[in-house]
Design a protein around this ligand. Structure first.
Ligand code: GLU
Length: 307
């Protein structure tokens, strides 16, 4: 939609310090928006209240500030939006697209369940045709699944290019609310992005398969589809993915050893955004940002060199 102000977002999970991969994805999301005078929204994805905390959320805000990645507004954290998600859940129920699922974790992960090569399973629809009597006999609260159509979804990703998925083949009917009443990421993120007016979703490549799931929910709720850009993962020289578990690479350690400009300069060079590995601020980088420069394959980074 040419002419409209682009709206991007940071959607971190406050379960620990940012690692380099998170910083890279946040940097690209910010550059895309700020290079076009767009608006940036921050949202804490704290649905998993066991793993997340207000302390980590506060540290995340401070880390973004230190990096020079500012935002215009922060929308309420997901843990406080259950009543809003209820409304959308009810819409799915009204459409006759929901059914209760009583399958246990071990049933879902059993050797008999169909699994894809990446280890994720395809829900075979076990609970879809249960009778009321059969449902009552379980005597416990169910999760709720939305029926997915057997059709192809196409994502024209700004980094990964053309990506197709058929949810019926790739994941089967999707859980939208867990048995403990907590809404799942796919529903929350779809509602939150749309309500915040987000026009582009920039995040790590590991979430590419979520895009068609969210597009399906967008269609059901009558929301426009945002643009998608799934940025490459950062890998250690041995091919290991940099993750939150690499404590030595999180921002807590990095902030005490390097300047934000050195960190951003290193990431920008590794990602193909600059020709030289020189310190640079996020703001300076925004002036020369272009999607064409960004590498699309995995990015190898020897973070030890930074320290
Ligand atoms: N909260 C997710 C994360 O921290 C990101 C979800 C998204 O960007 O859609 O990995």
């Amino acid at each position: 939609m040419a002419g409209l102000t682009p709206v991007g977002r940071f959607a971190p999970t406050p379960s620990g310090r940012m690692h380099l991969g998170n910083v890279f994805a946040a940097l690209i999301a910010w550059l895309s928006v700020r290079s076009r005078d767009g608006e940036m929204v921050l949202r804490m994805e704290d649905l998993d209240t066991q793993r997340t905390s207000a302390e980590f959320a506060a540290i995340l805000r401070d880390d973004l500030h230190w990096l020079g990645l500012d935002y215009d507004r922060e929308t309420p954290p997901q843990s406080q939006r259950s009543a809003v998600y209820d409304i959308y859940f009810e819409q799915l129920a009204q459409k006759g697209l929901l059914y209760p699922c009583y399958c246990t974790r071990s049933q879902l992960h059993s050797a008999d369940a169909p699994h894809l090569s990446d280890g994720t399973y395809v829900y075979p629809g076990t609970c879809r045709r249960l009778t009321e009597t059969e449902r009552a006999a379980f005597g416990r609260k169910p999760a709720w699944r939305v029926i997915v159509p057997d059709r192809l979804w196409t994502v024209e990703d700004k980094v990964q290019g053309h990506y197709e998925a058929n949810l019926a083949v790739d994941c089967g009917d999707m859980v939208v609310r867990r048995a403990d009443g907590v809404y799942v990421y796919q529903l929350a993120v779809t509602v939150d992005d749309a309500e915040a007016g987000v026009t582009e979703v920039v995040r790590g490549m590991d979430l590419l398969s979520s895009a068609p799931r969210q597009m399906y929910l967008q269609e059901l709720f009558g929301f426009p589809h945002p643009e998608y850009a799934h940025v490459p993962m950062l890998l250690a020289p041995d091919g290991r993915r940099l993750s939150k578990r690499d404590r030595d690479l999180d921002l807590g350690v990095l902030r005490s050893r390097v300047s934000p400009e050195t960190l951003i300069g290193t990431l920008a060079y590794a990602g193909g955004l600059t020709d030289q590995k020189t310190p640079i601020s996020a703001k300076e980088l925004a002036a020369e940002f272009s999607w064409d420069k960004l590498k699309c394959g995995s990015i190898f980074l020897d973070a030890g060199q930074l320290l």
